[in-house]
Design a protein around this ligand. Structure first.
Ligand code: FAD
Length: 202
């Protein structure tokens, strides 16, 4: 079911946290813990990580979700995927998305292909924390600023604690750890230089 329709019909809590994929996808691409060929698929099924159904309706029954909703969601997804569009989640619209897609995909968008042939699989999606862009504001030296934009003596912030230099955007992989390491280095250098110069670390 599509997000707007989900909200209207109030079924999103039950139906949403699943990713659905075809056998071809599962054998070709990684998804979460499940790995493609030559890693066998059966351990993921046996552990319950992947649910498998011969048809979309069969898969819905195995997941305990509404079969009609899943069938219409897959049908709509397929129709858009053939045209290279994803109006719900906008996959393949950024250069990073497209770079992470499959250049050999015969459909117009390297990040999308229809789920055409069974068997089909579903994986449960559980929310987690990847990182944050909303830490405390610092100077370029990683010194934390107070309300008056003045550095607080001896206080530095990097990583998730530092407001991201990406300004709330995710242009590409590595944008969390890269700045965390860089500003960690800058903060340590600033602190040691201030100490060697006999100055308070500000
Ligand atoms: C699944 C996943 C994949 C990711 N992939 C990437 C990626 O490919 N590229 C990328 O750039 N970023 C990635 N990230 C994001 C990146 O890992 C984080 O943004 C980054 O690790 C944050 O660094 P940090 O030092 O601020 O925090 P953390 O790495 O979380 O370090 C905080 C440390 O503090 C410790 N700690 C917590 N409380 C206390 C306490 N009270 N006393 C002592 N120690 C404490 C914790 O144990 C931890 O070791 C990924 C994140 C996740 C979850």
């Amino acid at each position: 079911m599509r997000p707007a329709e989900e909200r209207r019909r109030g079924s999103h809590v039950r139906d949403r946290p699943r990713n659905t994929l075809s056998h071809r996808f599962q054998r070709r691409y990684p998804l979460g813990m499940s790995k493609p060929r030559p890693i066998p698929v059966w351990p993921y099924q046996r552990s319950g990580y992947l649910k498998r159904g011969r048809t979309v309706a069969d898969l819905a029954r195995k997941c305990g979700i509404d079969a009609g909703n899943l069938q219409s969601t897959v049908a709509a997804f397929n129709e858009h995927a053939r045209r290279g569009e994803d109006p719900d989640f906008h996959r393949g619209e950024t250069p990073f998305n497209r770079g992470s897609g499959d250049p050999d995909n015969p459909f117009p968008n390297p990040s999308l292909a229809p789920l055409a042939r069974g068997p089909f699989y579903a994986v449960k999606v559980v929310p987690g924390s990847f990182g944050t862009f909303a830490g405390v504001v610092t100077r370029a030296s990683a010194r934390v600023l107070n309300d008056a934009d003045v550095p607080i003596p001896g206080l530095y912030a990097v990583g998730s604690d530092q407001a991201s230099v990406m300004g709330g955007h995710y242009p590409a992989g590595g944008i969390n750890i890269g700045p965390a390491m860089t500003f960690g280095y800058i903060a340590a250098e600033h602190a040691t230089q201030s100490r060697h110069a006999g100055q308070p670390v500000v």
